[in-house]
Structure formats: structure tokens, C-alpha cells
Design a protein around this ligand. Structure first.
Ligand SMILES: Nc1nc2c(ncn2[C@@H]2O[C@H](COP(=O)(O)OP(=O)(O)OP(=O)(O)O)[C@@H](O)[C@H]2O)c(=O)[nH]1
Length: 303
């Protein structure tokens, strides 16, 4: 769950927790707050596992902590779902990056990015600093569900304009105009949750409408590094991030693969641990079928 400061994330989360409880589902909460003391988690029912990430934002200082906190929730509890409430300053891309960390990718399926937008703030966002304006727009752009909250704070004309303008950034997502984040939980959680199983090729993306997608593909054979690097350069769409464990023809063992801003990096993994070779890609409008086919072929090509 993303959304600028004060947009209504905690209000929404409390509705969703209540609904999940009624459904008998076991949920965990991961909360990230900028301050040193947790405020938001105070409304979470006592028997709900909560992990807190305080004094920093997922998007900058404590991204690594996100995956380790998720790991702790996964290790210690049997959960049907985990809700992450990011700080108002977080970019959904950074949260998604943490959720697809290699240490947890086998146990996590990203279900949805829900962004809460403060209707009045959106309408007046041009008055904000350009960086914050952009963040608010990107939070809405990269969401499966945009909860357009606080519509009681805008007049009808401004509400119409706001809805149209959000649609321009995010034409495919579900747009829910509400007050007090009072959404119909069924609309948000309409897809039945599946405990994630790491299958041969898991399409762990957020929603078919979402631009920002993750793609996961298990590998069975070593790759030719040169062929693989050439292929990375030809990837369709904007691939922001890649990661994984790969075997390479040129050397025994498994390598951690990291890819950001067009530069791949391979680091040898410890021989004491076993790693399942896998590639994870995060990008804008990824063509899953094509990438999957190419990756399967790639395992049989040498330069
Ligand atoms: N007028 C109005 N106030 C609302 C609405 N929804 C939430 N609020 C209030 O807005 C304030 C902020 O709501 P939160 O749910 O704490 O917002 P948040 O996004 O979690 O805030 P941060 O954690 O600071 O980022 C609270 O005082 C809410 O009661 C709404 O639809 N209309």
C-alpha cells in the first residue's frame, strides 16, 4: 500500500484487516514509518503479527530490511496474506523490488499495489515541489488499485477533474473514489489468494492491468554469459531491474545476478548453500510470453 503522507493508508488498512478477520484469513502486517516510534501499528489487533520498520523509508535507507522483515513473517507464521504499508515517501517500485528479493521470492506472490490518493492534494499537487509532485503521480501510475480518498474535501468539479487526471496516469487500474477509505474490500481483493508456490515459471505480477510487472522464471541449464548479456540489451519494454541466481557455462557453481540501469553483475555464491537458479525481472509492460520463450531458448545457445 502506497500513498502520500496522510492520504488514508492506515484508515484503509484498518478496514481491510477487519474484513480479512471476518473471512478467517491469517494476515501479517509490515509497517514502515519515517519516525522512530510506531504510531500506525497501534490500531492493529493484538493477535496479528506485525513487523515494523521505523526511522527510515523503504525507498532509500532501509530497503534491505523490507525483505528481511518479510522473511521473518514468512518463517514464523503461516499467513494467507501480508499487507505492507509503506511510508508516504516510498515509490511502489522500491517496495516491489524488496518484495522480490531473492531470499523470499519462493514464498511471496505480489498480489496488488494499492495506492491511496488524497483527492484534494492531487488536485493541488502542482503547488508542491516538482519531486513530490512526481512521486504522487508515480504512486498513482504504478498501482493496480487507486483508492481516491477524501472526496469529501473537494467540490464536484474538482472531483471530476481529479478522476480524469488520475486516469491519464493510470488508465488500466481500478479507480475507487471514496471517503474515509471506505472501499468494498471484495473489489480490492477480488482475485482469490493463492499461497505462493514456486512453480516452473511463476508469473508473479501484480495485475494484468498494471504497467509495473515482475516476471519470474526458473532455469534448468547453465547460461552462456555473453549470450545472456546480449539478450538483456534486447529486452522489450523498460526493464528497471533484474536479479536472480544463474549457472554459467564458463565456471562451476551458482552466481548471483544483479541488473540495474542496463548493467548486469555476476557474483559467485557460497558453495555451502544450494540455490535454485531463477531470473526475476521488474519492468514496465513486460511481454511475459516472449521473455519466457526467449529465456528457455537462451539456455541452449552458446556464443
Ligand atoms: N476528511 C477526511 N479525512 C480523512 C479521510 N480518510 C482519512 N482521513 C483522516 O486523514 C488523516 C490521515 O489518515 P491516515 O489513514 O492516518 O493516513 P496515512 O496515509 O496512513 O498517513 P501517514 O501514515 O502519515 O502517511 C486521519 O486523521 C484520518 O482520520 C477522508 O476521506 N476524509
Amino acid at each position: 500500500m502506497s500513498g502520500f503522507l496522510g492520504s488514508g493508508k492506515s484508515t484503509l488498512l484498518s478496514h481491510l484487516i477487519e474484513y480479512e478477520k471476518q473471512q478467517g484469513r491469517r494476515i501479517g502486517i509490515l509497517m514502515n514509518e519515517l519516525g522512530e516510534v510506531s504510531i500506525d501499528s497501534s490500531f492493529v489487533p493484538e493477535n496479528t503479527p506485525v513487523q515494523e520498520m521505523l526511522n527510515g523509508c523503504i525507498c532509500c535507507s532501509i530497503q534491505g530490511e523490507l525483505s528481511s522483515k518479510l522473511y521473518q513473517l514468512l518463517e514464523n507464521y503461516e499467513l494467507d496474506a501480508i499487507y505492507i504499508e509503506a511510508t508516504g515517501a516510498a515509490h511502489p517500485m522500491d517496495v516491489l523490488d524488496g518484495c522480490t528479493h531473492l531470499s523470499i521470492i519462493a514464498g511471496v506472490k505480489v498480489k496488488a499495489i494499492i495506492t491511496v490518493v488524497d483527492a484534494k492534494l492531487w488536485h493541488n499537487r502542482s503547488e508542491m515541489k516538482p519531486r513530490l509532485n512526481k512521486l504522487i503521480e508515480e504512486q498513482a501510475k504504478y498501482a493496480d488499485v487507486v483508492v481516491l480518498n477524501k472526496i469529501d474535501t473537494v467540490v464536484e468539479d474538482d472531483f471530476e477533474q481529479t478522476s480524469v487526471s488520475i486516469r491519464e496516469f493510470n488508465p488500466g487500474g481500478l479507480l475507487l473514489p471514496v471517503t474515509n477509505a471506505a472501499i468494498d474490500p471484495l473489489l480490492v481483493l477480488s482475485t482469490k489468494h493463492n499461497q505462493s508456490i514456486f512453480t516452473e515459471h511463476t508469473e508473479s505480477h501484480v495485475d494484468r492491468h498494471l504497467h509495473l510487472r515482475t516476471f519470474t522464471q526458473q532455469l534448468f541449464r547453465p547460461l552462456d554469459r555473453i549470450v545472456f548479456e546480449k539478450w538483456l540489451k534486447t529486452l522489450p519494454g523498460r526493464v528497471f531491474r533484474g536479479k536472480g541466481f544463474v549457472q554459467l557455462n564458463e565456471a562451476p557453481g551458482v552466481f548471483m545476478f544483479q541488473y540495474a540501469y542496463g548493467e548486469p553483475m555476476f557474483t559467485r555464491c557460497s558453495l555451502n548453500k544450494s540455490y535454485q537458479p531463477v531470473i526475476v525481472l521488474i519492468g514496465d509492460e513486460l511481454d511475459h510470453e516472449r521473455i519466457r520463450e526467449q529465456l528457455l531458448e537462451l539456455q541452449y545457445i552458446v556464443h
